[in-house]
Design a protein around this ligand. Structure first.
Ligand code: B3K
Ligand code: ZN
Length: 882
């Protein structure tokens, strides 16, 4: 158990929610920005909240790391006896019901390494206020249910900070003495403080326009460092596509005259949806075909869309409190997933989303940080921007659509906006809108918001030849998670089809129904155990279950190998087709892991090899789907399937499968590799991306063969590539061999000035089986392009090693754990949010074999015992040690 002292951070509980004592109608901010300090003057128009239980409650404003200069109440300067401050607040006990409060504070963005609040990067000023960064700028009611109209005036040196941006519309500008200038912004929409943003600096702009469906003219601006102006076109195109899509799919238009995106290299996450002024990590804006991969291009399109979609789901309708985070995040991820599906290949998008969910969210749900999509308590809210809140949250939103249909879902969305535009609401409000718009009972469905853990659906089929009927018995269970021993049955949409002997869909007719329907049906599973009988089934079918992954559950059905092969070759549902291949692959990997632990032979099964051969030969299949079918599950995902994790056996098994397939299918891989060479210059469209993905998967197999001719293929591709997708793929194949050293050196020399490309260079080595060792990672941390203060660098090198290099991190001598502890403590001094993310590398510790488990435990205890640990890291390590 972590040592607890009097300063032990206390959890905040959902059940303790009370409305704010005061509301703020209007806030006027003036920022005076400078090199060694900045001054923030704030004028708040407040009134007492009639919904607060105590009509004489004091006013307590949040504030952290602020130097208070003055407080004025209704024009009168308050002396120190009229208010109280502590490390996190300012309280005025005697407050009139209506008041104007003027507060001046001094802050230090130039020394703010947390990248939370107002901070500097490359000389410029940027903000990040979600979740609770605004309180590091000025004293305020820093909670999402306080929504106010903001006016912001920024004053700064004209030459050092020529561009001054904030939310809303620019209404004035001018010059002052001492070479200073000012710009004034007015945001006409009420918003919570977490959506406030300010940017000041030397930036260049890519400008464009968009006309909304109702004819509103919107100026679009992407602001970047001057050298990056040639890498903004894809982001701009993505923004325009997102704006059109949201009009067409959800009838939602943009509502301001200007939409601005600013890219910054020092940023804690992907991007931030501040009203009218999104701030983005450069990673999700900048792309040129020679610097960014197809995956990067896709990521940019998705994140630009995500932040844009937040304007309605998050900004116009926001969260009442941070426990409701999934209200905006789950919904907005769902919306960006639907957008991406419409922009490219829907099945490929879906499979990738499922892979992410299974690899990361299922792991979270099975570990010490497991929480429902609406958590019940937290110590540090920034620790709850998780795959559970985001990705499982999106699956929960998707289930509404699966149960209600696309039109029903749209009716629910329309009602949600009609009822709640301009409000701060809860997940229950969203669910009520869906239920009321469709007259559908979603009471049991509420359990998806309160129960953590991944349910297992066990399905058994029984064919009755005499009656020509097929009965599916479906039972559900959900494992205990921290603080939740007993679980109640969930409302689960189970999409399915039945396949005949040729693999084609059989008509589906449930007992009691008049006619059969073709294709896929959605069953509503609500009981702990329940049966469904299909009639007029002419032959014993193969059930195609959980089509399109209709619920975030684990499926258990005793498929035979022949049934899996049939699904792989014929299932009309692309997800199930891929899934059948994954099931077979996982079975065989499991066998290999056990063989590796026992020191046995690591050979492949013939039926698996021939199923894969058939996939590779199927010209009718989308190459992107073939690529996904040939992609092995991550080491960490394999680890999560074990009752006791042996990292070396997992690596050996995975490599044996890769090498085995490469040997058995070498001529097929070679044929695919030559057939799919790009004709002509690089293009980013769905077809070209699909072809490159399969070509590069083929190369990755061929590069496993320890043969000069195969490595030459990679070397040639590396030398000739006109795009980063091919260049990175070739380099990935090479780094596992000595031949990779020259290529790595050439790559670093060529891209030394491109921070995002150097991130790739760090990651490639961190996850390489040859180079991904503690010693090498430590050495790379000394490289001039690395910086412990830059989250992209820390994620690219340290994060990749700790989270994605299972065998490297879990080196038997425990050096990985010591390195993790040292680095977490060093990063925690600079940036607690970043440090807490790294600390997640310990989440699996209880499942390691005994030797490593002991090493992890002592590293965790060392971190937990460290004086001055942040709340962020404290929460992760203490929950691990519980
Ligand atoms: N809402 C932000 C995330 C803020 C994270 C704060 N630690 C980005 C997004 O989800 O769009
Ligand atoms: Zn979001």
């Amino acid at each position: 158990m972590a040592k607890l002292d009097v300063n032990t951070p206390q959890p905040i509980q959902l059940k303790d929610y009370t409305p704010p004592a005061f509301l703020i109608d209007k806030v006027d901010l003036t920022f005076d920005l400078d090199e060694d300090h900045s001054r923030v003057s704030s004028r708040l128009v407040l009134h007492r909240n009639p919904d607060h239980p105590d009509a004489r409650a004091p006013l307590t404003l949040d504030g952290k790391e602020l130097t208070l200069e003055s407080v004025k109440l209704d024009g009168e300067i308050l002396d120190g006896s009229r208010y109280q401050t502590d490390a996190e607040s300012l309280t005025i006990a005697a407050m009139p019901d209506n008041a104007i409060l003027e507060i001046v504070t001094v802050i230090h963005p130039e020394t703010n390494t947390s990248l939370n609040g107002l901070y500097r990067s490359g000389g410029n000023f940027y903000t990040q206020c979600e979740a609770e960064g605004f309180r590091k700028i000025t004293y305020y009611l820093d909670r999402p249910d306080v929504m106010a109209r903001f006016t912001t005036t920024i004053v700064a040196d004209k030459n050092k900070w020529p561009v001054l941006l904030s939310n809303g519309n620019r209404v004035g500008e001018g010059t002052l003495d001492r070479n200073r200038h000012w710009v004034k912004w007015v945001d006409p929409f009420k918003k919570p403080a977490y959506l406030f943003a300010l940017v000041g600096g030397k930036l260049s702009r890519l400008a464009d326009r968009y006309t909304t469906s109702s004819g509103r003219e919107v100026a679009l601006e992407i602001w970047v460092e001057p050298a990056d102006l040639d890498k903004c076109d894809h982001a701009m195109a993505s923004l325009k596509k997102s704006m059109l899509w949201d009009e067409q799919r959800f009838g939602l238009e943009y509502d301001l005259d200007t939409y601005m995106i600013v890219a910054v290299g020092d940023f804690n996450m992907g991007a931030m949806e501040n009203k009218g002024l999104n701030i983005f990590n450069t990673k999700y804006v900048l792309a040129r075909s020679d610097t960014a991969t197809d995956v990067d291009f896709d990521g940019i399109e998705a994140v630009i869309a995500h932040e844009y979609f937040h304007n309605w789901t998050g900004n116009r309708v926001t969260c009442r409190d941070w426990f409701q985070l999934s209200l905006k995040e789950g919904l907005t991820v769902f919306r960006d997933q639907e957008f991406s599906a419409d922009m490219g290949s829907a099945p490929v998008q879906r499979i990738e989303a499922v892979r992410t969910l299974r690899t990361h969210q299922f792991a979270e749900d099975a570990g010490p940080m497991a929480h429902p999509i609406r958590p019940e308590s937290y110590i540090e809210i920034n620790n709850f921007y998780t795959v559970t809140v985001y990705e499982k949250g999106a699956e929960v939103v998707r289930m509404y659509q699966t149960l209600l249909g696309r039109d029903g879902f749209r009716r629910g969305m329309d009602l949600y906006f009609k009822r709640h535009d301009g409000q701060a609401v809860t997940c229950d409000d969203f669910r009520a809108a869906m239920a009321d718009a469709n007259d559908y009972d979603l009471n049991q469905f509420a359990r998806w918001y309160s129960q953590a853990g991944t349910p297992t659906l066990s399905v058994r089929g029984q064919y009755d030849a005499a009656a020509a009927s097929y009965t599916l018995t479906v039972s559900q269970t959900c494992p205990a998670t921290p603080g939740q021993g007993e679980k109640l049955p969930m409302h689960i949409p189970l999409a399915l089809g039945l396949l005949g002997p040729d693999g084609a869909d059989l008509p589906l007719q449930l007992a009691g129904e008049q006619e059969a329907l073709a294709g896929t049906r959605v069953l509503s599973v609500q009981e702990a155990s329940q049966s469904f009988t299909f009639i007029n089934v002419p032959v014993a079918p193969v059930p195609s279950l959980l089509r399109n992954f209709s619920a975030p559950v684990k499926l258990d059905f005793p498929y035979s190998r022949a049934q899996l092969a049939l699904q792989m070759a014929h299932d009309s549902d692309a997800f199930c087709r891929w899934e059948a291949g994954q099931t077979m692959m996982l079975q065989d990997l499991q066998t290999l892991i056990e063989a590796a632990r026992a020191g046995g032979e690591l050979g492949l099964k013939d039926d698996f090899v021939s199923a894969m051969r058939q996939v590779l030969a199927d010209d009718a299949l989308d190459p992107a789907l073939v690529a996904l079918m040939l992609t092995l599950p991550a080491e960490t995902y394999l680890a999560d399937q074990q009752s006791e994790i042996d990292p070396d056996a997992i690596r050996a098994a995975r490599e044996a499968m890769k090498l085995g397939l490469a040997r058995a299918l070498r001529s097929e891989f070679k044929a695919v590799y030559s057939r799919l060479q790009d004709q002509g210059a690089y293009r980013f469209d769905a077809q070209s991306v699909a072809r490159r993905s399969l070509k590069n998967v083929a190369l990755s197999y061929l590069a496993e063969l320890d043969e000069p001719a195969m490595l030459e293929l990679a070397e040639q591709q590396f030398a000739r590539a006109d795009n980063m997708t091919d260049s990175q793929a070739a380099l990935t194949g090479l780094v596992n061999w000595a031949e990779g050293d020259a290529a790595l050196a050439g790559f670093a020399a060529k891209w030394a000035e491109e921070a995002l490309v150097m991130d790739k260079w760090f990651t490639l080595q961190a996850i390489s089986r040859r180079l991904g060792t503690v010693a090498k990672v430590k050495a790379l941390m000394q490289h001039p392009a690395f910086a412990l203060t830059n989250p992209n660098k820390v994620r690219a090198l340290v994060g990749a090693f700790l989270h994605s290099n299972l065998a490297g991190f879990h080196a038997a001598d425990g050096s990985g754990y010591e390195f993790a502890a040292d680095t977490i403590l060093a990063v925690d001094k600079l940036n607690p949010q970043m440090a807490a993310r790294l600390a997640g590398c310990f989440n699996r510790w209880k499942k390691l074999e005994p030797g490593r488990r002991a090493g992890m435990r002592s590293a965790l205890e060392r971190v937990a015992a460290h004086a001055g640990l942040s709340r962020d890291v404290y929460e992760i390590v203490s929950k691990n040690l519980q």
